[in-house]
Design a protein around this ligand. Sequence first.
Ligand code: GLV
Length: 307
Amino acid sequence: MAILLLLPDTKAEQLAGLLNKKLAGEDIRIWPETGRPEEIDVAVVWAHPHGALKNLPNLKLILSYGAGVDHIFNDPDLPVDVPICRFVADSLSRQMADYVSGVILNHRLRLIDYREHQAAGNWHPWMPRRGNKVTILGLGQLGQATARQLNTLRFDVTGWSRTAKTLDYCHTCHGQDMLTEAVCEADYVVCLLPLTEETRGILNGTLFSAMKKGAYLINVGRGDHLNENDLLDALYQGHLGGACLDVFSEEPLPSVSPLWRHPRILITPHIASVTDPENLADYVVQSFNALKQGSSLKHLVDRQVQY
Ligand code: GLV
């Protein structure tokens, strides 16, 4: 059985090094040095070259290098019957919960505004902002971990998801019909949805007008959830108070993008929740062993809903 790593940059060498230790004696290959394609059983992928998987006739498992799997479904030649698993880890949930809590607390305490005042030697105290209501769109692993942490920080949290969920640390609502209701009272709206045909462009002018004046948007889902022009309009009109964006339709964000220079947009370079290679290697080992022993695979993706 061979494992093929189809990963950008130095990720493949790093993961191969870890797997060679943890799975000593197993056959680990790095794309494009595929060798005989019929020997590949498992592919670990991140933004892989489209069409590369269809040439592996005995492929039995596709593992995502990250929590999201939209990059896999983007491949028009994705083999139709190979199981796909996504990466789930406490380290990813912890980072996401910290990132979102940090952004909200920063905004509430106006720390960035104080940094500007500091540069001008300006002593000007403010009361913290009052807004305490947070709505999280998406109640998967990352959404739930974030809701739990914000609840511990005494925010009033609502979670919105596709299907009904009951959680004891946040109010919940679900389905398209309840989307407006979910966001209309929120001081902060956080997008943690998977990117699917249903959620693409969900952060648009219609949603923004349903949000209350001065509300703050945090997008940590995918760039294609957001209509950037609608966001710029909502900020220009003074309807939204600000936004923090970690993900973009085009990454790296092009230098000509007006988002870079907007005074009420905070930009980070897709770092809200980053895969720890050591944790990922453990997950590859676990999945590889499950496949070998014929036991059940963890974190299987439902191809119907694409997450
Ligand atoms: C990062 O965006 C991921 O999907 O893990």
